[in-house]
Design a protein around this ligand. Sequence first.
Ligand SMILES: Nc1nc2c(ncn2[C@@H]2O[C@H](COP(=O)(O)OP(=O)(O)O)[C@@H](O)[C@H]2O)c(=O)[nH]1
Ligand SMILES: [Mg+2]
Length: 367
Amino acid sequence: MFKKWIKKRGVQKEELKGPNSQELAKQTEIKELAVDSSSQKSPKAPEQSDSIQEKGLKAGTQRFGLFKRLKKQMEKTRGGFVRQLDQLLIGRQEIDSELLDELEELLIMADMGVTTVQNIFENLRVEVNKKELRDPLALKKRLKEQIINLLEVPSAQITWTPRPFVVLVAGVNGVGKTTTIAKLAYRLKQEGKKVLLVAADTFRAAAAEQLDTWGRRIDVPVIKHGAGSDPSAVVFDGIEAAIKRDIDIVIVDTAGRLHTKVNLMEELKKIKRVISKKVKEAPHEVLIVLDATTGQNAVSQAKLFSEAVGVTGIVLTKLDGTAKGGIVVSIVNQMQIPIRFIGIGEKMEDLQKFDPEEFVEAIFAES
Ligand SMILES: Nc1nc2c(ncn2[C@@H]2O[C@H](COP(=O)(O)OP(=O)(O)O)[C@@H](O)[C@H]2O)c(=O)[nH]1
Ligand SMILES: [Mg+2]
């Protein structure tokens, strides 16, 4: 299973396999040569091939570990959805319209959204009618393919350049913005990037403190002002500090709720203007954080923020806490904005890059 998985995920075969007999012979030759000319240092070739092999295995093992974690954290969705799916398919000899109806209902129950599910089944029904799709097990495979297709939104990857690369993070209260920012900063720091955080959620006194505590824990600087101060002023100072300190990536935390007198969207637009005045073409990425456990409500939030501040990417949190992971499909299909990261737990490591194929495999996985 492990090898099959690594192969599928595109780890180079050469990186995984041991040296073949020809290579071994070559290595032995080199070794012998080295023994003969004792004044010379051992040639690097055999060690190099080992280290490439080890590197390949390490990368494979790491990815496998991430996938395992994803699978484990998605247990609720998988348990609910796949078990019922298998119950529907077991013992069926052929696909009839009753089966398709039941399946359709199951996907809607998993929060995939009515329109999205209808689209999927329109395609499937055509294939069934044309007798291209007969076997219930093939139907499961086709379903997986269709979902992966829906999740693959054509979009550019985040480049994390130029410097400072500014990320604005928005979303309503409690969705997981601050936690996500900490996880992301931790991740980027591990990749060797210089990160700075800006606490522009000045509405609650505890908000800046929370970010500051995270900052200390992961050893990343945080720019903050006192509670109740102007969010745009903190952002101004934050960007200025980032330029001075030669920071690679600035991540701006914002409030999800403001005094009733101040409009949240207007405040975000103002923050955006302040950022772009300081750094041309920034913010380079506007992330909206959505809580997967809120179901279709997340889609309405995405639309609101998108209209106001032009969202470029989505972070979907708390996927570990819901049996309805289908919300992922619904959001992507309706928004046509890529999901950049998913939150699958409260640990620092529980922010994963979203990969449609891996995600669907994790949900459909049998054990
Ligand atoms: N289970 C789970 N909890 C999360 C995840 N992301 C955030 N949380 C929790 O959600 C709560 C609100 O998070 P917070 O970052 O303060 O939200 P904010 O108001 O948007 O900044 C906290 O208790 C977090 O630990 C996640 O991916 N999984
Ligand atoms: Mg917060």
